[in-house]
Design a protein around this ligand. Structure first.
Ligand SMILES: Cc1cc2nc3c(=O)[nH]c(=O)nc-3n(C[C@H](O)[C@H](O)[C@H](O)COP(=O)(O)O)c2cc1C
Length: 419
């Protein structure tokens, strides 16, 4: 069978996806496939990487991907995105992070740390309120119980310094690059959203004001890591919410990020209320999810682009790269059930079958959560020396959701240690 985009025979090992990619900072990625960030929830309660996390990345080191982007690592102890997130805010825990980077490097793959702050969707002790650009609640059950505290301009600048400090520590620990998480409704994404950011000062009010926190973060991170270390941003193509970040405004953000000198823009979309990144706005076999936006942003900026969401088959990946729409293919969920999914793609074998975690319930926030739980469950299996499941039905989902909820309760008090 001939692949219409490359003329290659399916099964051939010659593919545009195997070509290296040179980034503006000079760093070179070995090929065009990246594992996108997925929260592992495999740190201790104090945010220190565990042996299990190292085992998971030792597995992914052999995945064939040219780049591994970690799940989100917290920049401080304000609150977690999920229980058992890694937290990198001091030098004392650095050796454990070095162990993590070393495990991921076993086969020479590049490893970038994704850094994040949850803002108003933080898991925090019940006595504390999360912080956010404005005192506006997240419209999702659970999160809508607590009104966040509006950040002062001074506190925003302190958080930007925290992003920079974590980036510097990550490089000191041995990570090859940094990705700033500005998508999926977390703090920097909240700043970009007119729904979540109703501030009246220079960190809000206008599109330029709403993107100021992100741009200042990029500048601070760049200063912290220097010109030779890749700095990437993960950005929503839009929020999929009426009144949220629009595609037009997102394109302007992308242009400003290009001017700020980022090395890679990863494209995604959605948040907890509208988890478009997990495909809930698409039918089962539709994908990739945000390719139209990729084409539009490509016409605006000259920065390497990574597209993540629903990319599963080699012909589609090759077409997008060959047409020049994107430079790097992001793969997330397949890596949970088939940890060497990229190797299958690169060698041209038929794409491995992937178990689907239950069909849609029709309530999108729940569907997004089920996706997270069922895939996260596989990380915990790999971390404890088991193989991923070949089927993920109701039993798996109930068990995984139960485990995550128990972990959230167990994390009700955040250790406050700092060096
Ligand atoms: C278990 C799980 C955890 C995730 N954690 C993160 C994360 O920490 N950071 C991030 O940017 N995206 C995260 N995502 C979203 C993925 O990176 C990706 O954008 C999404 O799953 C769509 O890509 P896919 O269709 O290849 O899975 C997570 C997804 C899953 C399933």
């Amino acid at each position: 069978m001939t692949d219409s985009t490359t003329g290659d025979m399916t099964g051939s090992t010659t593919t545009v996806l195997a070509e290296p990619l040179t980034l503006p900072c000079g760093a070179v990625l070995a090929n065009r496939i990246a594992k996108a960030g997925m929260s592992e929830q495999l740190a201790t309660r104090a945010g220190i990487p565990t042996v299990g996390l190292r085992r998971l990345y030792a597995t992914w080191a052999r995945s064939g991907a040219g780049l591994l982007i970690t799940g989100n690592v917290m920049i401080n102890r304000d609150g977690l995105v999920e229980p058992r997130n890694a937290i990198l805010d001091n030098t004392r825990t650095l050796p454990a992070f070095t162990g993590w980077a070393d495990a991921a490097h076993a086969k020479g793959t590049a490893v970038w740390m994704q850094i994040n702050h949850p803002g108003r969707v933080a898991t925090v002790p019940f006595t504390r309120r999360p912080v956010a650009p404005s005192a506006t609640r997240e419209p999702v059950p659970g999160y809508n119980l607590r009104t966040p505290r509006e950040l002062t301009a001074q506190r925003i600048q302190a958080l930007i310094r925290d992003f920079a400090r974590t980036a510097e520590l990550a490089v000191a620990a041995g990570f090859d690059g940094i990705q700033i998480h500005a998508a999926h409704g977390f703090l920097l994404s909240q700043f970009l959203s007119p729904l979540a950011n109703t501030r009246d000062d220079h960190y809000g009010r206008t599109p330029a004001g709403r993107r100021r926190a992100l741009l200042e973060t990029v500048t601070a991170v760049r200063e912290a890591v220097g010109p030779a270390v890749p700095v990437s941003v993960k950005l929503n193509s839009k929020d999929f919410q009426y009144g949220g970040l629009s595609e037009t405004e997102s394109l302007d953000v992308a242009a400003a990020l290009a001017d700020a000198g980022i090395d890679l823009l990863e494209i995604t979309g959605g948040n907890y209320a509208e988890p478009a990144m997990e495909g809930v706005h698409h039918t089962r076999h539709q994908g990739p999810y945000f390719a139209d936006y990729a084409t539009k942003v490509r016409q605006r900026i000259n920065v390497p682009l990574m597209l993540t969401g629903g990319l599963r088959t080699r012909p589609t990946m090759e077409r997008l790269v060959t047409e020049g729409a994107i430079d790097l293919v992001g793969i997330a969920r397949p890596m949970a059930f088939v940890p060497d999914y990229p190797a299958h793609i690169l060698t041209g074998e038929p794409e491995p079958l992937l178990p689907m975690a239950l069909g849609p319930t029709g309530y999108r926030p729940l569907d997004g959560y089920v996706q997270l739980a069922a895939h996260n469950h596989q990380f915990h299996r790999i971390a404890t020396g088991h193989t991923p499941q070949t089927r993920a039905g109701l039993g798996t989902v109930l068990m995984a959701v139960g485990k995550l909820t128990t972990a959230a309760a167990g994390q009700a008090v955040l250790p406050r240690s700092r060096s």
